[in-house]
Design a protein around this ligand. Structure first.
Ligand code: PEP
Ligand code: MG
Length: 359
C-alpha cells in the first residue's frame, strides 16, 4: 500500500504547519478513501455516487429505475438499490471516521445508464420482466441530443425525487448505523449537483431534511449533517447570493464551470485545445489549470456573493483544478476553506496549499 515515508513524509509535516486550506479528496471506494487518508486527506470533498451505480450487480436495477414507466416502477427498483447504497456509505463513513464526507447525489449523463444494443435490452427485459418494446420506447423518450446539457444533476432529483430520497435515506441510515462502530460520529455533507437556481436547491434541501428527520425518528438517534451545493454553472456563480440562502457550503465544480463558461465540451476538448495552448490563446489547458482571468472570476464572484449572504458559508473546490498548484494558489487568494483532489494528488495539494499560504 502506498504511504508517505522518510523525507517526503517530513516535508509534508512542514507544509502542514503553514497551510491554511484543508485538503480533501475525491473518492467513492473504501480503498481510495483509505489511500487518500494515508496521503493526508482530511475528508472527502466529492463522492461521485453515479460511479457506484455502474457496478455490474446493480446495473439492471439502475436501468429499471431509469426506464420504469411510473413512480411505482422506479420505487420498486430503488428498493433493491437502497441496501447496497447504504452499505456503500457505511463503508466510507467507517474509513473516514469523524472526518467530513461530502456525498454528491446522483449526477449521471442519463444515456450512460441506458442499455446499448439488442442483447442488453433482451437481457434487461428478462431480468426485470418488462417487454423489450416497452424498454426501447422508454429509452427513446429519454434520448437526448446533448446529454451533458440535459437531464442530469439536480434536474434528475427534481423530476424523479424518489431517487434522491433513496440516496438521502441511505446516507442517514448508514450514518446512524456506524455511530456505535467508530469513535467519532460520521459527518455527512449532502451535496446537490448542477444547481442553477435557488428554488431547485430549496426543493431538494427540503427533501433531504425531511428524509433525515424520518430516519432519525425511526432509528432513535441522529447525526449532525449539512446540505450544500455545487457551483458549476455560470448562473449559479452569478446568483450565489440567493443560492447561499439555502446552502451551508459551496463546492466549485470547475470541470463543468469551465465547460459551460468557455462553451467547450470537456469530453472533446483534447481535439483542439493543444494548438490553442501552443498559439498562446490559453496559457494552459483550462481543464487542467483554472482559467484565472475567466472561469476564476466566476469562482471569486460566487465566493464573495455567497459569503455576503452567509458569512460562515464553507467554500471548497472539487473540480480537477483542486489538485493543480497554480489553481490552488488562486483558491488561497479567494479564501476557499479547502481544496479536494484525487487521492494521488493529495500530497501535491498539501504542498501547494502551504506555498500559497506562505506567498
Ligand atoms: C465538476 O464539474 O467540476 C465536478 C467536480 O463534477 P463532475 O466532474 O463529476 O461533473
Ligand atoms: Mg460537474
Amino acid at each position: 500500500e502506498p504511504e508517505l515515508a522518510g523525507d517526503f513524509a517530513e516535508l509534508m509535516t512542514w507544509a502542514d504547519k503553514h497551510r491554511r486550506m484543508k485538503v480533501r479528496t475525491n473518492a467513492e471506494t473504501p480503498a481510495d478513501c483509505k489511500m487518500a487518508r494515508q496521503f493526508g486527506a482530511e475528508g472527502i470533498g466529492l463522492c461521485r455516487t453515479e460511479h457506484m451505480f455502474f457496478d455490474a450487480s446493480r446495473i439492471s436495477a439502475v436501468r429499471q429505475m431509469i426506464l420504469a414507466e411510473d413512480e411505482a416502477g422506479r420505487r420498486a427498483a430503488l428498493k433493491k438499490l437502497l441496501p447496497e447504497q447504504r452499505d456503500d456509505f457505511a463503508q466510507i463513513f467507517m474509513v473516514m471516521a469523524g472526518l467530513p464526507v461530502t456525498i454528491r447525489l446522483l449526477d449521471p449523463p442519463l444515456h450512460e445508464f441506458l442499455p446499448q444494443g439488442d442483447a442488453e435490452f433482451a437481457d434487461l427485459s428478462e431480468t426485470i420482466g418488462i417487454a423489450v418494446d416497452t424498454l426501447k420506447r422508454r429509452a427513446d423518450e429519454l434520448h437526448e441530443a446533448n446529454p451533458m446539457l440535459g437531464h442530469r444533476g439536480c434536474r434528475l432529483g427534481i423530476t424523479f425525487p424518489e431517487i434522491y430520497e433513496m440516496q438521502a435515506r441511505a446516507i442517514f441510515e448508514a450514518a446512524c448505523d456506524v455511530i456505535d462502530k467508530v469513535g467519532d460520529a460520521p459527518v455527512p455533507e449532502v451535496m446537490i449537483p448542477l444547481v442553477a437556481t435557488r428554488r431547485e436547491l430549496a426543493i431538494l434541501k427540503k427533501l433531504v431534511d425531511e428524509t433525515a428527520a424520518q430516519v432519525f425518528a425511526e432509528k432513535g438517534k441522529s447525526v449532525e449533517y449539512i446540505v450544500g451545493t455545487m457551483i458549476e454553472l455560470p448562473r449559479a456563480a452569478l446568483m450565489a447570493g440567493e443560492i447561499a440562502e439555502e446552502a451551508k457550503f459551496f463546492s466549485f465544480g470547475t470541470n463543468d464551470l469551465t465547460q459551460t463558461t468557455l462553451g467547450v465540451s470537456r469530453d472533446d476538448a483534447a481535439r483542439f485545445l493543444s494548438p490553442y495552448v501552443d498559439k498562446g490563446i490559453y496559457a494552459r489547458d483550462p481543464f487542467v489549470s483554472l482559467d484565472i482571468e475567466g472561469v476564476g472570476q466566476l469562482v471569486q464572484l460566487g465566493a464573495e456573493r455567497g459569503r455576503a449572504t452567509r458569512a460562515d458559508l464553507k467554500l471548497g473546490i472539487c473540480g480537477e483544478h483542486g489538485g493543480d498548484p497554480a489553481s490552488i494558489a488562486f483558491c488561497e487568494k479567494v479564501g476557499l476553506d479547502y481544496v479536494s483532489a484525487s487521492p494521488y494528488r493529495v500530497p501535491i495539494a498539501r504542498l501547494a496549499a502551504a506555498q500559497a499560504a506562505l506567498a
